[in-house]
Design a protein around this ligand. Structure first.
Ligand SMILES: [Zn+2]
Length: 144
C-alpha cells in the first residue's frame, strides 16, 4: 500500500507515459488534455478522497475540502465503491457534479450563459480517459 508520496511519483511518471502514447496516437492537442486530466485524476480526484483522516488529494481542495466530507461518510476507505476502476471514478464525478451544477446555477442567475460545448466532445472523452487511467493506476498501486 503506497503512501501519498509514492502515489504522486507514480502519477507523475504515468502522466509522462500517457502524454507520450497519446501524442503518438492522437497528436499533441489530445496528449496535453489527457495527460493533464491524468494528473488531476490523482492529485485532486484520487480514489483516496474516501480517506477520513484526510488524504493528500483531500488537502489539495483547501477551503473546498469540506465538500468531500459527505463522500467520506458514504464510503469506507479502499472499498470497491470508491476504488474500483470505472465505478469509483464515475461515483466521484457524479458526486462532484452537484458542486458544478450549483456553480452553473449561480452563473446562470447572474446572467452568464454557457457556450455550446458540443463541438468539444472529443476533448471531454480525453478528459474522462485521463481521469480514469489515473484511477486505474492508483488501484493497481494500492493492490500491488
Ligand atoms: Zn487508494
Amino acid at each position: 500500500m503506497p503512501d501519498g508520496r509514492t502515489h504522486r511519483a507514480i502519477n507523475i511518471l504515468g502522466s509522462a507515459v500517457v502524454f507520450g502514447v497519446t501524442w503518438l496516437t492522437y497528436g499533441l492537442h489530445f496528449a496535453i488534455i489527457t495527460a493533464t486530466a491524468y494528473l488531476v485524476g490523482e492529485l485532486w480526484l484520487s480514489p483516496d478522497l474516501d480517506h477520513r483522516a484526510g488524504s493528500d488529494a483531500y488537502k489539495r481542495w483547501w477551503i473546498l475540502a469540506g465538500i468531500w466530507l459527505p463522500y467520506q461518510a458514504m464510503h469506507a476507505h479502499r472499498r470497491w465503491l470508491s476504488h474500483a476502476p470505472i465505478l469509483g471514478t464515475l461515483g466521484r464525478l457524479v458526486y462532484l457534479s452537484w458542486l458544478v451544477g450549483a456553480a452553473l446555477l449561480v452563473m446562470w442567475w447572474i446572467g452568464y450563459r454557457m457556450p455550446d460545448i458540443e463541438p468539444f466532445w472529443r476533448e471531454g472523452i480525453a478528459v474522462l480517459v485521463g481521469v480514469e487511467l489515473a484511477a486505474i493506476t492508483h488501484w493497481i498501486a494500492d493492490w500491488w
